[in-house]
Design a protein around this ligand. Structure first.
Ligand SMILES: Nc1nc2c(ncn2[C@@H]2O[C@H](COP(=O)(O)OP(=O)(O)O)[C@@H](O)[C@H]2O)c(=O)[nH]1
Ligand SMILES: [Mg+2]
Length: 237
């Protein structure tokens, strides 16, 4: 099991977060923190705190920076049979890890979802807007999942690296709808588990809501345009 954590300026949360992840993950799991050389010393804080913890690896990136690119680098350097991707600011609750792992034998991807029954988000406005936005994503890409922008998931590494990674992993959270699209086209089974996205505990979000969604929309339309020329998504087996 490999857990990939992209991070930028998360010095206040990485240590308690990784500790909680270790407590919730199998004993032989590796944690890969992929830091884009954060000015707040995120990487150093983690390296010092886990200097004697061989299960924790810190990658510091100085070129080709960015959220989805960081995740891809973490995936490429992972050694586990399964890969879990999650944020490093406690938006994604580590106590869900056992559920992701427990359900993983029954699907190619088990993905956290704010819109599955029992899922939620502390930020009401963002919840409602994301819900509507996701309907649009589903309409355009014909994905069969309710939360196409979650980014908290487990996937078998061999199936993940077989996808067209460079067509998926760029930009920010929009990488996830491209991942779902390509996985669905390959008949990968996807199960959603409800998650509650709570407010981050420390630090600040890197993205402002409106510009981020404007960017997602540009990418969504560009991707739809590109995929129009391909055959439509196939249904799961
Ligand atoms: N490596 C890397 N991580 C990032 C970057 N931008 C954001 N992150 C991390 O990605 C996660 C989600 O970012 P966040 O700003 O909280 O977005 P939000 O949850 O959608 O508001 C957090 O763990 C951030 O530390 C980036 O450019 N590079
Ligand atoms: Mg966040």
């Amino acid at each position: 099991m490999s857990l990939v954590l992209p991070a930028y300026n998360e010095a206040g949360s990485v240590v308690p977060l990784i500790s909680e992840i270790i407590a919730n993950a199998p004993g032989d799991a590796e944690v890969i923190l992929v830091d884009d050389d954060s000015p707040d010393g995120t990487a150093r804080v983690a390296q010092e705190a886990f200097a004697h913890e061989p299960r924790v690896r810190v990658i510091v990136r100085t070129s080709d920076r960015g959220f989805a690119r960081s995740i891809l680098e973490g995936i490429r350097s992972s050694r586990g049979t399964w890969v879990i991707v999650m944020d490093s600011d406690f938006n994604h609750d580590p106590s869900v890890i056992p559920a992701l792992i427990g359900i993983s034998p029954y699907a190619g991807i088990v993905s956290g979802s704010r819109f599955a029954p029992g899922g939620d988000m502390d930020d009401r406005v963002r919840y409602v807007l994301s819900f509507i936005y996701n309907l649009g994503v589903r309409l355009l890409l014909r994905t069969q999942v309710q939360d196409n922008l979650c980014g908290y998931f487990i996937m078998r590494r061999s199936e993940l690296v077989a996808l067209p990674l460079d067509e998926i992993f760029f930009g920010f959270g929009d990488y996830f709808f491209r991942l779902v699209y390509f996985a669905q086209r390959r008949s990968v089974r996807i199960i959603e588990v409800p998650i509650v996205i709570s407010a981050r505990r420390t630090g600040k979000a890197k993205n402002r809501f409106v510009p981020t969604f404007a960017q997602y929309t540009r990418e969504l339309l560009a991707f739809r345009w590109k995929t129009l020329r391909r055959r439509p998504p196939v249904l799961p087996r």
